[in-house]
Ligand binder design. Sequence first.
Ligand code: DSN
Length: 420
Amino acid sequence: MDAHRQALATYDPDIEAAIAGEERRQVDGVEMIPSENYTYPEVLAALGSVLTNKYAEGYPGRRYYGGQEFTDAIERTARTRARKLFRCEHANVQPLSGSPMNQAVYFAFLKPGDTVLAMDLSHGGHLTHGAPVSHMGKVFNFIRYKTHPEQGGAIDFDDLMRMAKESRPKLVLCGYSSYPRDYDYAAFKRVADEVGALTMADISHIGGLVAAGTMRNPFDAGFDVVTTTTHKTLRGPRGGLILCKKEHAPAIDSAVFPGLQGGPHMNNIAGAAVTFKKAAESEFRAYAEQTMKNAKVLAEALMADGASLVTGGTDNHMMVVDTVKSFGVDGRVAQEALDKIGITTNKQVIPDDPLPPVRPSGLRLGTPACTTRGMGEDDMRKIAAWMVSALRAPEDEAALARLKKETEALCHRYPVPGID
Ligand code: DSN
């Protein structure tokens, strides 16, 4: 145990015990929530540094407090690396996480009541894309488009064009948190151009895959703004990143600060800078390729064993299983059965789900975290078989206990970065 952890253990054994418990949980189980990952030890070092002590309201060279020689250097480095990684003209690295990141973009460009075209939540869109329960859904007028799950998740762009001409949006937004396919960004741009709207892509889930070049980059289609969190496929600290064309930089920067946030979390920004350096290396490209390969193999193995996947497969790092159709159990029962065998997933609504979000019809799975540990295709086949066994008999406690031993044995072959 290092000196800082030792001090914590001595002063506050309850909190130290909970952290140690979470470390054990992460080591012993297969992490299959597609938005989670294991960050780098170097990022953990930055997060736990004295940078957390520093206020740095403002931007490099324009702060409201003294003592910024090191924070300025860190933020400039993070911005330069982010711009290079995503091939764009401007980066704001200050958003505290995904939700304020997207809010800042809306407030940069929209007035209350303005119209935004965005993907329906149950079809894979995100809460911050104007779901009626979110504040943003109350402030702006979100019109929701859907996908065609039975046609591989296709988006009907003729229909989207019709919706755009009817509703005259100020912003056309694409992005998702549970859509297992890639987007045709050029088609979104054509729709937006036709009605003079701005284009925004929220690539939070696939930020690492776009950075690595294994998925399409919206800037190649001329998008105005791209947002991404830094802790999912990018493998960095929790945080948000707004990337945009130079002409939008003043609006974006002032929407983040002073519009929405106060002091940036400089320890997170230092961690993000390290993450962007890592993501530019060839090892990261190999990681992104393996993540997508693992997802394909997992999806194929599940389908071969009777699972029905929304859109019939995956082109990225995630998939959504219709557990009601496949196994006759709702997503909550499925998630709890998998928890018992040491595979962590999350229950998930499926398109136009007849069941409520607390007890939806599906389960969302993803491979970013287990790929970080070094798991490969053979492991995916084993995990698929264990999952199907558990989902076919979610009440057979003895069988679940046996399966847990198997998952633990597999996990102990693969270390978790940052945990000794
Ligand atoms: N919570 C993240 C996810 O799981 O997709 C996005 O908000």
